[in-house]
Design a protein around this ligand. Sequence first.
Ligand code: GLO
Ligand code: MG
Length: 344
Amino acid sequence: MAGEYRFSFGPWNIHEGADPFGPTVRRSITFARKLKMYKKLGFDGVQFHDDDAVPDMNKLGPREINKQAKEVRKALADEGLTAEFVAPRLWEDPRTIDGGYTSNSEADRAYARDRSRRCIDIAAALDSKLIVLWLAREGTYIREAKDSKVAVDRLVEAINDMLDYNPEIKIAIEPKPNEPMDQAYIPTTGHALALAYLTKDPKRVGVNIETAHVILAGLDPSDEMGFALAYDKLYTVHLNDQNGLKFDEDKSFGAVNLRRAFNQVRILDRYSYGTRGEFVGLDVKAMRTQKQDVATKHLSNSRTIFLQLVELARSLDQGKVEQLIARRDYEELDMLITSHLMGK
Ligand code: GLO
Ligand code: MG
């Protein structure tokens, strides 16, 4: 069992509340001010998109990118924070409208690979060895638009390129079945790990499992985590919650289904997640209704729920659980868990 946990979130998790149907409802907070909030909220790690660290990076050469990233590293050090990972933001550029690595355009694929190398440079400057790949637009709106076999070949090619570019990095693929695409090519942990084994260095390719994405795929997050743990490939997690099959909600951890959250914490704690430096990462959004001065509660609340669930996972009468399993009395086991969650 693990002792202490370290938590992380990304600067995009403190946001202005715009959604596809309405404008912002809160003032923007500068990155420098956000950094000052991390420790107060109980967090030690910062998750980055490449351009969270170096805004407008496409307009800059490698030297300037490195210089700016080094300044961010200093700002992190001043706050006592660590960069957990850097993710190439490949979904906003006009050249990635049809996907990055799987685009049908050779020139656009070259852009995606080049941007990924710059992302790796930024990670090196921030002293992080983890790259997260959320494959946002690597999919289709209609089946006939791309060739799904070729798409996988191209994903492998792109990942190989990154592995070659810097032999120190590890890559965590963040599967998601849909949104923004109708169908994504790497929808689940199983797909991500199978892809890892097609690359030239499977030892360095694993997953970032996000609760909401797993639920959108109709699967159970704790089982997906168990699958990745069995392969020793759970490099990080994006904990949150999701109310059924709709848009990706990024609700506070445990806010919808406490038992499902409990089982995620239980499997992480049981297999000593975090003891090799892994962060408990969140990817949560404040409700749009939340006012400015209380728009970080989703972060501190998610962390608190996680820690309270660690206590519940550890105080569960494991002897009783084993007895009930031996007797195959799963009705009673069901009751034991529900009662435990209710503090009875
Ligand atoms: C969106 C993803 C996104 C990623 C982030 C890091 O659905 O969860 O928030 O986690 O961009 O790559
Ligand atoms: Mg995520």
